[in-house]
Write a protein that binds this ligand. Structure first.
Ligand code: ADP
Length: 584
């Protein structure tokens, strides 16, 4: 008789299993079945998707190549229908029952006449391997008994025993393989979610947007639903395709109720549509309408705070959620929770900043409006006081007149400063730049302040280079900037002291220094120096009249001109203000 290829095709190398030691175990099983029961061929195939793929082969080497082609799983049903049941797993297909399963595992040749218990080459004997749920997971088939006879009772029970062992081995391998695969998927999902939470994507919407794909791919889910549990309550439900799903209020309510419980107990929940009692009837129907069969739900949070809900769905026929997947989902609840928390607090911060900005705008607007409104009546008062001053006043009235004039002048100074501050700190007010030589400004200011300094007994020194110190700016503003610094220096320097103004060019910058050896400013006071209405705590300084707006105006003008201002001072020793402006 001509050498026959064995009845079960397939190629062990086709089984893309990661674990080669598992394959070695299955190979040993196939060999044992062949050797111990006494068959020349023994082939172990497992169900992979809709194919039966050979994972172990025992038999003559030259026939291995016949096994390269996997078979469709649909072959199993007709085999089972026709087979004689020899045991829980063992099935015998006598010659003549399998012709129509042509091309798969049956050879076409004549039946041979054999005795009552003789083996016909067209006979087939196999063991069906199943999982705990009764689903077929594989087949061991044998061919060509060395005795040429059908196996006897002892051989059959031995085959049955080996088949049971092989079944366990295949199941363990499949489970492990699934686990390896799921871990890889879940890991990929976690990595993607961490990436989605990086600073580039910190807005809430961006985090939600970037997590759908990795979740659906990583978990092989039909869709994903992320629910943020704040009053704004962003719900973000999508189908696998990415299309948005609008969820009912009842469904959203379920998320709000379930999430805190799941977070507190650090567990996941599998929702079985039509079954789970935790879900109201209407939501079951809603999920049914979307063809959802099961959902894996976890809470999102960080620390003690639960801030969201995540559910992944699967359809009828999809595999059940495994322990590995459930664990990863809980971990992702932590990762995503932290990401959402960051995004949420950043969003709140942004909101607070914009509210403060609005408040600041309102305050500036109020100050500007009030100053404008005060200016006209003040001008009227000042004008009338001037007229009164020209008259020959009774000495008592004259002293009242003088007091009123001093008050009016002070008020005018405050109003002028407020108006100027409103103007220079308003980003909407454009800066009209022209070339300004800082030397000219310093000379003008010095000559203006000179007499006041002389009256007070304060020396005023000026040190300027021969070459121009041009900056691009508003000449009036630069004038106020220098004026405020120099008049402060004279004001806060006692008789006998000195003020020194110098300006020079340093690289691309013009640097102006106003130094005095006057009262000096304590370190603590230096911190508040540029704030509106700030006056130092030094009683000697408070004796001088001031509005506390001069340095705020200086800081705003410097900022508008892209420069900076620094102060170096020691209480009782003196102060130096340094202004750096970009040279034109
Ligand atoms: P003011 O109108 O009170 O002078 P400023 O904003 O110009 O307002 O200054 C704020 C405070 O800084 C002053 O009240 C004063 O105490 C202190 N100060 C400013 N310049 C000097 C200086 N050159 N020496 C000592 N103290 C100064």
């Amino acid at each position: 008789m001509q050498e026959q290829p064995p009845s079960r095709p397939g190629d062990p190398d086709r089984a893309g299993w990661s674990d080669s030691s598992a394959r070695a175990v299955l190979q040993l099983m196939a060999e044992s079945v062949g050797e111990m029961i006494g068959f020349e061929y023994s082939v172990l195939s497992v169900v992979m998707g809709d194919q039966l793929v050979t994972v172990a082969y025992y038999g003559p080497e030259e026939h291995r190549e016949y096994l390269s082609r996997p078979d469709p799983v649909s072959l199993i049903e007709p085999i089972m229908a026709r087979a004689e049941e020899w045991g829980p797993r063992l099935r015998y297909l006598p010659a003549g029952t399998t012709q129509d399963l042509e091309g798969h595992w049956v050879r076409f040749e004549q039946d041979e006449a054999v005795g009552p218990d003789g083996w016909n080459p067209m006979d087939a004997l196999l063991a069906i391997l199943r999982d705990d749920a009764g689903e077929v997971i594989g087949i061991i088939s044998v061919d060509k008994p060395v005795t040429g006879r059908l196996p006897d009772a002892r051989q059959r029970s031995l085959f049955e025993r080996y088949a049971a062992q092989a079944e366990r081995a295949v199941l363990t391998t499949i489970e492990r393989e699934q686990m390896v695969e799921q871990i890889a998927h879940a890991e990929a999902a976690r990595r993607m979610i961490r990436m989605a939470s990086r600073p580039a994507h910190v807005s809430l919407d961006a985090v939600l947007e970037h997590t759908h794909r990795p979740l659906v791919d990583g978990f092989q889910a039909g869709g994903s639903w992320l629910q943020v549990l704040d009053p704004r309550g962003v719900a973000y439900a999508r189908k696998g395709s990415g299309d948005m799903i609008v969820l009912s209020d009842e469904a959203v309510e379920v998320a709000h109720t379930l999430a805190p419980v799941l977070w507190a107990e650090q567990r996941a929940m599998i929702v079985e549509v039509g079954v789970s009692p935790e879900i109201p009837e209407s939501v079951h129907r809603e999920l049914e309408a979307m063809e959802v069969d099961t959902a894996l739900a976890v809470a999102l949070g960080a620390g003690p705070e639960c801030i969201g809900f995540l559910a992944l769905s699967r359809f009828v026929g999809d595999p059940p959620w495994s322990a590995v997947e459930i664990d990863s989902a809980i971990q992702i609840g932590h990762d995503l929770g932290a990401a959402l928390m960051t995004a949420r607090s950043l969003e709140r911060e942004r909101l607070a900043v914009s509210e403060l900005q609005q408040l600041d705008d309102y305050r500036s607007h109020l100050v500007a409006t009030l100053s404008h409104e005060l200016r006209t009546p003040l001008t009227v008062i000042a004008g009338n006081l001037e007229l009164l001053g020209a008259l020959d006043l009774d000495p008592t009235v004259a002293s009242h007149h003088q007091a009123m004039t001093r008050g009016a002048v002070r008020m005018q100074k405050v109003v002028d400063d407020l108006l100027l501050l409103a103007r220079v700190s308003d980003p909407g007010h454009p800066l009209e730049r022209i070339a300004v030589d800082v030397r000219d400004v310093v000379t003008d200011v010095a000559s203006l302040v000179d007499s006041a300094a002389e009256v007070k007994g304060v020396r005023l020194g000026v040190d300027l280079p021969a070459e121009p110190l041009t900056v691009a700016g508003d000449p009036t503003e630069i004038d106020r900037l220098v004026g405020n610094l120099v008049s402060n220096a004279v004001k806060y320097t006692p008789t006998g002291g000195g003020v020194h103004i110098s300006a020079d060019r340093h690289g691309d910058h013009v640097v102006l220094r106003v130094a005095d050896d006057g009262l000096g400013i304590s370190e603590e006071d230096q911190r508040g120096l540029f704030k509106a209405f700030f006056r130092t705590t030094n009683p000697d300084a408070l004796r001088e009249q001031g509005t506390g707006l001069g340095l705020t105006i200086v800081a705003s003008i410097v900022e508008r001109h892209d420069g900076k201002v620094d102060v170096a001072s020691r209480l009782g020793e003196g102060t130096t203000f340094t202004v750096t402006l970009p040279a034109a």
